[in-house]
Write a protein that binds this ligand. Structure first.
Ligand code: HAM
Length: 427
């Protein structure tokens, strides 16, 4: 036997036992977002590298270290597996003229993203996001709407009490630049107290030092000048509008001045929903406003706001992540047929499937006893027996498996109707 080939590190299988929870999460999210007028968009998993490099920020962790980038062997073009979907969504909306003439779009998406991070609790290299983007909407009402859609989602999934909302105001580009200068000064003065990693970030992305997990650096970050002091009237008014909307809708939130987010395209509103993992805070969902992104992608100035949540993290928060909806995976009927009548049995199974029932069979045609045992173990409500006598008479025998009512024979033509009636009567 050859060596077993295992999955790639950081990329995991979603097995049938979990798939029910995934489907539930995705369907609740879709229903919820569509009830706010968001429509689905699906963009390719592979995009040109330059799309991400500039828009996410040359000096972000993501672009510097985490992108799965490769050369297309056929034409040498540099391609990247998407690490997130906001930028692709903007590209697609612009490319297809969906924002022309000041048109606005509200879209949602779900699918795999790829980041070459160190795998650990809640962190994978292939992970999934469910996200939404409101493009062309100047806010802040739409920023509030996105938060409300998320609050509704958490409630429907029964985790409303386990997540907290943090918000912050990142202001506009010139306010951030002024803050950045002051911040760099502060960190330079305290260079000796910073950890290795943060010292390197000092020249490239000082804002990210605020997010550092290192104890010693955190102390320096605590004393750092705040962006708050640089915010002008317009930025403040915008954020007040956002906070006012949250208050009017009764959404509890904390203002966290250290919340900066890891991608460069954000300005004004940013928010995160967090929960307590094993010993550390994990972010379930992050989002915010990106009014400059459309221009960076080569379009006209068009505002936008959105979020993405980590599906793995959301599924892990459900009370019973492995809990498929009751009955999921159980067939309605198990057709028992010996090898000689397999074709007849298959015909009956197909007829029942045409009527919307789920039907299992033993395709190895085991003994009658073995097939009956499989039927019982499958959880099916009925076994349909296709034996010599039945086939000769153009009939089948029906054996109810979940109650004590007796076995009976019926013409094959009337089988589906009869099973439906029995099922509707609670068999
Ligand atoms: P993000 O904060 O990079 O934002 O990712 C959003 C969420 O994806 C995170 O809060 C986390 O739950 C999940 N996530 C990120 N990386 C991983 C990972 N390696 N393993 C598991 N889960 C992960 C964005 O991606 C933005 N595009 C969100 C957005 C949309 N902003 C505006 N519109």
């Amino acid at each position: 036997m050859g060596e077993t080939i295992r999955s790639v590190r950081g990329m995991r299988d979603i097995l049938p036992a979990e798939a029910g929870a995934w489907r539930r999460v995705e369907s609740v999210a879709r229903d919820c977002l569509e009830s706010y007028g968001y429509r689905e968009i699906r963009t390719p998993i592979v995009e040109r590298t330059e799309l991400f490099r500039r828009q996410l920020g040359e000096h972000t962790e993501l672009v510097e270290k985490e992108m799965y980038t490769f050369e297309d062997r056929l034409n040498g073009e540099s391609l990247t597996l998407r690490p997130e979907a906001t930028v692709s969504t903007m590209r697609a909306l612009l490319e297809h003229g969906l924002l022309a003439g000041r048109r606005r779009q509200k879209v949602h998406y779900c699918g795999p993203m790829f980041r070459h991070e160190r795998p650990q609790q809640g962190r994978h290299r292939q992970f999934h996001q469910i996200g939404a983007e409101a493009v062309g909407h100047a806010g802040p009402n739409v920023d509030v709407e996105l938060v409300l859609a998320l609050r509704r989602m958490w409630a429907r999934l029964g985790i409303g009490g386990r997540v907290r909302l943090k918000v912050n105001n990142l202001g506009d580009a010139s306010e951030r630049a002024a803050h950045r200068r002051e911040l760099t000064e502060h960190f330079r003065r305290n260079r000796e107290r910073l950890d290795e990693h943060s010292r390197r970030r000092l020249e490239t992305n000082p804002l990210r030092i605020l997010d550092s997990k290192s104890e010693q650096t955190r102390a320096v970050a605590e004393e750092a000048p705040r962006l708050d002091a640089h915010l002008g009237g317009d930025s403040r008014a915008f954020f007040d509008g956002f906070l006012g909307g949250l208050a009017a809708a009764g959404v509890a939130h904390e203002i966290d001045h250290r919340l900066v987010r890891g991608l460069d395209y954000y300005g004004k509103t940013v928010f995160e929903w967090v929960y307590d993992g094993e010993g550390k805070e994990l972010t379930l969902c992050g989002g915010g406003r990106y009014d400059g992104l459309a221009e960076q992608v080569g379009g006209p100035p068009i505002p936008g706001c959105g979020f993405a949540l980590g599906t793995e993290r959301l599924v892990s928060l459900l009370a019973d992540p492995e809990g498929a909806p009751a009955g999921a995976g159980r067939p309605d009927v198990f057709v028992v047929a010996p090898a000689a009548h397999f074709a007849a049995g298959l015909g009956i199974a197909e007829g029942l499937r045409d009527r919307g029932m789920s039907v299992a069979m033993d395709d190895e045609c085991g003994s009658f006893r073995s097939q009956l045992r499989q039927a019982n173990a499958s959880g099916a409500a009925f076994a349909v027996l296709v034996g010599d006598e039945e086939v000769a008479a153009g009939e089948v025998s029906v054996k109810p498996l979940r109650d004590e009512s007796g076995q009976f024979r019926i013409g094959a033509a009337g089988l589906a109707d009869r099973l439906e009636t029995l099922r509707d009567n609670g068999a």
